[in-house]
Design a binder for this molecule. Structure first.
Ligand code: ADP
Ligand code: MG
Length: 644
């Protein structure tokens, strides 16, 4: 066995450094938090190569006195606590006095700093923990830290870093959260020479949200501000249209520090229960301010997880704060609408006290949003498209089904009121059905029996198809059946690399953050293989030019965001591989929804699809839920006690 030895200081430092700074984003976080602690009102962050080769953080804070520069880089050097009791009342960001020492142990750092009291500034260079030089320089008040070639002396850690673009994405993420935590500080963030965002520092959260997430977000917010028992919950929560399929746009800030807490997310989501579907997560930037003694921030070494002393009380107040915000905004909007219908507005110019927020929003719009064409989205045929293969047709919403043998036959002539429509054999069991179009005129006796002898009986709740065959009866889940059919087609196209994107005549622009944009750029080939063509489109947006299918704009937007989020996560889901998971997202968005009235031909088409799937041994939707429930005449006879 190896002998027990005491590690040399440089080795111990490198190990400890790895715990504090595991990746470039952690370095950025520590440096920016130091700038905030130094009282800066302006902070500029510049990054190259995902922060691996270059990170620069400049601030106009109080500076580090020249004679204290070396001390600042010593382990456990901090100006923020002196004794252990201080830990419980700490209000600053960092207090372990480890960051600078750790960063300097694994990189080359140059610091330039000057306090208000000093005539001139000082520049000091430290490489792998050793001070190389220190000299007087001419500079402004404040501090600039430049960290170069991170982990150049720790190859093992270097290996764990991801692509530059991914590391850059982590930095963008953490910096966005910090900027949202401090709307009173102006942040400027430059990545590889391009400005990603810059916040005004005017103290308004809404404006910070505008700079970081874009206009759609700034426009659709509930303002939150609620205090109970000395606990204040404030910030912004997104209206339903901002909700996404993941929690990446939820930011929780406790006493000014960005942290993660799953329970708070759940509690907020609970408040949205009646507004959002279960798979949707609301956007929010929420601050909780409470006595620092009631929070233990040191649970996690990276300080991104915390514990509340009085959890239940805090959660209750958060929930009330959100419900209150949603309710009062909705009420105010209702009242405004009611008033609007009674009053006629004069056409006068906006008052001199034009809302600052609105002005910023307008300017932003002029700068970034291309004027949108009016009109829908059209299908453009792929080159060399062979019409003789046409089996599908267009539906009203532009849905085109090339492979599935479902006929959407919705000529205008069919939209007319026709007494026969009511005679189509469809069971009208629910009032809640979205009647997008009247069912096609088709009577039961004419043709509802397909080649294999399955007869459609009707549709139940706009969601299930009832069919019979000989002495057996079936209930088919229309969405599950169509989703599976689509999934099989997409999978085959994907495997044979023959998926063709449908070109949008009017492309769709979506708000996207740096991480999302980079993910799109990094995954062009994969996206093409599933039928998407997206590109970066100016600052903070992605333009969708080709989609796997033509559909409703909101649906396409949601699908694109969902796919990008999955690419960021890059993991399988349940029974599905990563690729299958993405293909299923497309199938699910494409497939006929529940609560959609189908006509006889559509139902017959679906029944044929189900039979085809069954012939291949497929009986479930991609997630494993059944497509069909069967029962026999005998089962019914038994149930009704006709037989025993
Ligand atoms: P901590 O922040 O936990 O105290 P750090 O290693 O991050 O430890 O920083 C050590 C000390 O260096 C801080 O306590 C602070 O006094 C000083 N310092 C670091 N960065 C700055 C800055 N940007 N402006 C002013 N002082 C700074
Ligand atoms: Mg610090």
């Amino acid at each position: 066995m190896a002998k027990i030895i005491v590690l040399s200081q440089p080795v111990a430092d490198k190990i400890a450094a790895g715990e504090v700074v595991e990746r470039p984003a952690a370095v950025v976080k520590e440096l920016v938090e130091n700038s905030i602690d130094a009282g800066a009102s302006e902070i500029t962050v510049e990054i190259k190569n995902g922060g691996i080769t270059y990170i620069s953080v400049s601030d106009n804070g109080k500076g580090i006195p020249s004679e204290e520069l070396e001390t600042a880089f010593l382990r456990h050097a901090t100006s923020k606590i002196k004794q252990i009791e201080d830990l419980f009342e700490i209000n600053t960001m960092g207090f372990r006095g480890e960051a600078l020492a750790s960063i300097a142990a694994v990189s080359s750092v140059s610091v330039v700093s000057r306090t208000k009291e000093e005539e001139s500034g000082t520049c000091m260079k430290v490489k792998h923990g050793k001070v190389l030089e220190k000299e007087e320089v001419v500079c402004n008040y404040g501090t600039t830290m430049v960290v170069e070639n991170l982990f150049s002396n720790v190859p093992a850690r270097m290996k764990f870093l991801k692509k530059d673009s991914t590391e850059g994405g982590y930095i963008t993420d953490i910096l966005s959260r910090i900027a949202l935590s401090s709307p009173d500080i102006s942040f400027r963030y430059i990545l590889d020479g391009k400005e990603v965002f810059s916040t005004s520092g005017d103290g308004k959260l809404k404006n910070a949200i505008l700079s970081i997430y874009g206009i759609e977000h700034a426009r659709a917010l509930y303002e939150v501000d609620y205090t109970e028992h000395g606990i204040r919950v404030f910030g912004a929560a997104g209206k339903a249209e901002l909700a996404r399929g993941n929690r990446t746009r939820q930011t929780l800030i406790v006493n000014g520090r960005y942290i993660k807490n799953h329970v708070v997310s759940k509690v907020v989501e609970e408040a949205y229960r009646n507004i959002l579907m279960t798979s949707k997560f609301p956007f929010f930037v929420l601050n909780i301010n409470l006595s620092p003694g009631l929070v233990d921030v040191n649970v996690h070494p990276a300080k991104t997880e915390i514990k509340f002393a009085n959890e239940k009380e805090v959660y209750g107040i958060v929930n009330a704060a959100i419900k209150n915000a949603i309710y009062s905004t909705q009420k105010a909007e209702q009242e405004k609408n009611a008033l609007g219908s009674q009053l006629t507005y004069s056409n006068s110019a906006p008052s001199s006290k034009e809302n600052v927020d609105e002005k910023i929003v307008r300017e932003f719009m002029e700068r970034t949003i291309p004027s949108k064409n009016v009109g829908g989205y059209f299908f453009k045929e792929p080159k060399n498209y062979d019409h003789s293969q046409d089996k599908g047709a267009f539906s009203e919403n532009g849905l085109f089904d090339q492979g599935a043998e479902i006929t959407f036959n919705l000529g205008d002539s069919l939209k007319k009121e026709d007494p026969q429509i009511k005679n189509d054999g469809v069971l009208n069991a629910s009032e809640n059905v979205k009647e997008d179009f009247p069912p096609i005129i088709e009577t039961l006796d004419k043709s509802s029996e397909n080649a294999v002898g399955t007869k459609v009986v009707g549709q139940l709740f706009g969601t299930f198809i009832i069919a019979e065959k000989g002495n057996d009866a079936f209930i088919i889940d229309q969405h599950a059946a169509h989703e599976r059919k689509r999934f099989e087609i997409l999978k085959e196209d994907y495997l044979k690399k023959r998926a063709k994107g449908q070109q949008l005549l009017v492309p769709i622009v979506i708000d996207a953050d740096m991480m999302e944009i980079q993910t799109v750029l990094d995954n062009q080939d994969f996206l093409k293989d599933i039928g998407f063509f997206m590109e970066e489109f100016g600052k903070g947006s992605v333009i969708i030019r080709e989609t796997p299918f033509i559909g409703d704009e909101e649906e396409i937007k949601a699908l694109a965001l969902e796919v990008i989020a999955a690419l960021i996560e890059n993991c399988p889901m349940g029974v599905l591989s990563f690729e299958e998971r993405i293909l299923d997202m497309i199938s699910c968005r494409y497939a006929i929804k529940a609560n959609k009235r189908l006509n006889m031909l559509e139902m017959e088409g679906l029944i044929r699809d189900v039979e085809e799937l069954e012939a291949k041994g497929i009986f479930t939707c991609p997630h494993g839920r059944p497509i069909k429930i069967s029962f026999s005449k005998k089962d019914l006879e038994k149930g009704f006690k006709r037989i025993v």
